[in-house]
Design a protein around this ligand. Structure first.
Ligand code: SAM
Length: 218
């Protein structure tokens, strides 16, 4: 099997295609993540509260939250393609066309989410480590995550050793809901070296073709 680079992945039809569900609204985001996004942002002591949504798709949920929260929140959405539902009508919502593999924020966030986006990222563990450094002290990160998409060089799933390493790094993985979660900024060093991505892995639990990410344990 030929593993591809993140640059090659950005051009792969598996990473971005017209069959993807990019349209999720706020209620659907809440359901997928098991949180009340507006409630989390309202409960944040800082004003404006900051929400970063990676792989935001059409950004419907972000537009809705912007309307509900007014000046109380600043929201940033990042997606590889600019299939946004509309351009923001306020500077409190910023939509960025970029790959999360290379994009860097210029501020910390009280809430970071990624709804069915990590499935298409190459270096998933590298991104998780970066995200931990983008949170505020009490900030919350929640994302859809399929631990079976993390593979070792022989193709086997990284399995329990990985979930233990994630837990030790403060990243709680729930295999039933397939969510990963962390509270608070931190420096994470996961003992895995990224080898490349397989965009021919086939459908994952969502039924959509997804990307497996290969690592060598260190
Ligand atoms: C299944 S859609 C989910 C979109 C949105 N979160 C939702 O639930 O409506 C996955 C999104 O990930 C985006 N994506 C894939 N690879 C990406 C990357 N490397 N950087 C940023 N976005 C990416 C795709 O363009 C697509 O919009």
């Amino acid at each position: 099997m030929r593993l591809i680079t993140d640059d090659e992945l950005a051009g792969s039809p598996v990473a971005a295609n017209s069959l993807m569900n990019r349209e999720r609204r706020l209620r659907s985001y809440d359901r997928e993540l098991g949180i009340d996004i507006v409630g989390v942002l309202r409960a944040t002591p800082r004003r404006p509260a900051r929400w970063l949504d990676l792989c935001c798709g059409a950004a419907n949920a972000l537009h809705e939250a912007t309307c509900l929260l007014g000046d109380d929140a600043e929201i940033v959405g990042v997606d590889l393609v600019d299939f946004f539902a509309g351009q923001p009508s306020t500077p409190r919502l910023r939509l960025v066309t970029a790959s999360v593999a290379t994009w860097r924020p210029d501020t910390a966030f009280d809430l970071i989410t990624c709804v069915h986006g990590l499935h298409y990222v190459g270096d998933k563990l590298g991104l998780l480590a970066k995200i931990a450094g983008w949170l505020t002290e009490g900030g919350l990160f929640v994302a859809s995550f399929d631990v079976r998409s993390i593979r070792l060089a022989d193709g086997t799933p990284a399995g329990r050793r990985l979930t233990a390493a994630l837990r030790a790094a403060g990243l709680a993985y729930d295999g039933r809901t397939r969510r990963i979660r962390r509270t608070g900024r931190g420096r994470i060093d996961l003992p895995y070296r990224y080898l490349g991505a397989d965009d021919q892995a086939g459908p994952n639990y969502t039924g959509q073709p997804a990307v497996d990410s290969y690592y060598a344990p260190e």
